[in-house]
Design a protein around this ligand. Structure first.
Ligand SMILES: O=C(O)[C@@H](CO)OP(=O)(O)O
Length: 247
């Protein structure tokens, strides 16, 4: 049996301010740091060991991983970064307050932008200072690979090559992986792992800083999955995410 642990980053400053974040590179809040430390302590207390770690190129995920490894006394573990694990790009919504946007456009429209599988939010205009096009960390990508907006379908399409080419082969070779990513890049992974339909993925919300453990068979099919720690707290945090997009 293979074990894979996924963690969404701890609370970020824009989670706290209830702003659409996407590829904007915001910091963790003090609470987010504590969530990462708690996740690490929990993993250590339960005897989890890892051979390598994977995360995005955004600091809220990277710092979550660092704090988590620090709490586990495992800061020497190899860490791989990939833009493919980044949060879903939120287009022209990046920086806007979710509740204010819902008051302006309606709860239903914001739900479509936040959770529908195939409808992307309005795109950033080329040259918008919020764009990632000129960012040094994406310089190795083709210009077409740096998004101006994404729906979850687009995110699935860029996350899956990382699963197929990096994560799955590492798991098959017996390595134990810790992956720290983002709400929607994790929804993309979980959708694939659990074969969740395009309709049902709309209802899936992943809380900050809570280790999600997947036990996988030899074909990497999930046998079961569960959150470590207080399941009720995780469920309440996921439920609270639903109301973030209401006016
Ligand atoms: O703002 C974002 O980038 C994401 C995650 O925080 O938000 P949402 O849950 O609305 O997809």
């Amino acid at each position: 049996m293979h074990k894979l642990v996924l963690i969404r980053h701890g609370e970020s400053t824009w989670n706290l301010e209830n702003r659409f974040t996407g590829w904007t590179d915001v910091d963790l809040t003090p609470k987010g740091v504590q969530q990462a430390l708690t996740a690490g302590r929990l993993l250590a207390a339960e005897g989890y060991e890892f051979d390598e770690c994977h995360t995005s190129v955004l600091k809220r995920a990277t710092h979550t991983l660092w704090h988590c490894l620090d709490a586990m006394n495992r800061t020497w573990l190899p860490v791989h970064h990939s833009w493919r694990l980044n949060e879903r790009h939120y287009g022209a919504l990046q920086g806007l307050n979710k509740a204010e946007t819902a008051r302006q456009y309606g709860d239903e429209q914001v739900l479509i932008w936040r959770r529908s599988y195939g409808t992307p939010p309005p795109a950033l205009e080329a040259g918008d200072p919020r764009g990632a096009q000129g960012d040094i960390r994406y310089r190795h990508l083709n210009p077409g690979q740096v998004p101006l907006t994404e729906c979850l379908k687009d995110t699935v399409e860029r996350v899956l090559p990382y699963w197929n080419e990096s994560l799955a082969p590492a798991l098959r070779s017996g390595r134990r992986l810790l992956v720290v990513a983002h709400g929607n890049s994790m929804r993309a992974l979980v959708k694939h792992l659990d074969s969740i339909s395009d309709q049902d993925i709309v209802g899936l919300n992943i809380p900050n800083g809570t280790p999600l453990v997947y036990e996988l068979d030899e074909h990497l099919k999930p046998l079961r999955h569960y959150y470590l720690g207080d399941a009720e707290v995780a469920a309440r945090a996921a439920e609270a995410m639903v109301s973030q997009g209401r006016g």
